[in-house]
Design a binder for this molecule. Structure first.
Ligand code: SF4
Ligand code: SF4
Length: 152
């Protein structure tokens, strides 16, 4: 990680936003051990907490990790200090958008906006519309890509 300016207020801002006491983290790595997306992350969940504690606001808010988290709660179930990691990641995503942080995971951001926009418009998510299949269906297959199965 590149050393950069730290923000002494950042941890307090995150605590106020997310409502968790992240200073309780023991760096036991139980969260990272159970996270299904840890191999795709740069800092891992426990690393995000450590950087929040140290005030590395830019690194945290521009981190791909906060967008790769799917909120599955595998980490918070395993955490001996009952830290709400999905709540933390949610709050950090909001802060990233609000502060204009550079977000490289544009496809994930677009997906979030689609889902949240749908809830705002319809009060629920509508069925996902798959894009047109760009490749031909395998030769010899008895079913085309959009043919309903026996259960619809
Ligand atoms: S499992 Fe909990 S206490 Fe352990 S490193 Fe992760 S957040 Fe910290
Ligand atoms: S909630 Fe996020 S950080 Fe926690 S295990 Fe799931 S994907 Fe990983």
């Amino acid at each position: 990680m590149m050393a950069s300016k730290t923000d002494p207020e950042f941890c307090l801002q995150v605590v106020q936003r997310c409502g968790g006491d992240f200073q309780r983290c023991l760096q036991c790595l139980s969260c990272a051990s159970g996270c299904p997306f840890v191999d795709t992350m740069r800092y891992r969940p426990n690393g995000i907490i450590r950087m929040v504690q140290y005030g590395f606001s830019q690194e945290v808010l521009e981190s791909p990790d906060i967008w790769l988290c799917v909120g599955c709660h595998a980490c918070s179930i395993a955490c001996p200090m009952a830290i709400d990691m999905p709540g933390l990641m949610d709050g950090l995503r909001e802060m990233a958008i609000e502060t204009g942080a550079k977000i490289n995971e544009t496809a994930i951001l677009a997906f979030h906006r689609e889902v949240l926009g749908s809830i705002q418009r319809y009060g629920r998510t509508r069925p996902w519309r798959a894009p047109a299949c760009p490749t031909p269906w395998p030769t010899g297959s008895s079913r085309g890509p959009w043919t309903p199965g026996p259960n619809g």
